[in-house]
Write a protein that binds this ligand. Structure first.
Ligand code: FES
Length: 97
């Protein structure tokens, strides 16, 4: 049997606990809104690619938005990202003279 005098306090306590839960949940590593990489090699602690400049073609276009399905190469996904977020990211283009 619940005493009705305690009900407002119990409701407040539940609301505070839920607020703390939401704060903790959104700041955990996987749900952080400021996380850049959300799809590429997520099992690795760091995503690193290395290329020998001599092995590149005359022109290489690398993704810097982390949205490309051909990462580390750009596939144009930055255009959709920029349209939906207002961001202005684009690829890194390396050309041999
Ligand atoms: Fe990421 Fe083009 S797809 S910069």
């Amino acid at each position: 049997m619940i005493c009705y005098e305690v009900l407002p306090w119990l409701t407040t306590a539940i609301a505070v606990c839920y607020g703390i839960y939401l704060t903790y949940k959104t700041s955990s590593c996987c749900d952080r809104k400021d996380k850049v990489n959300r799809q590429i090699d997520l099992d690795n602690s760091k995503v690193v690619h290395s290329f020998d400049i001599e092995d590149l073609d005359e022109k290489a276009v690398f993704c810097r938005c982390w949205k490309s399905t051909k990462f580390p190469y750009c596939d144009g996904s930055h255009n959709k990202h920029n349209e939906s977020t207002g961001d202005n990211v684009g690829p890194l283009i390396i050309q041999k003279k």
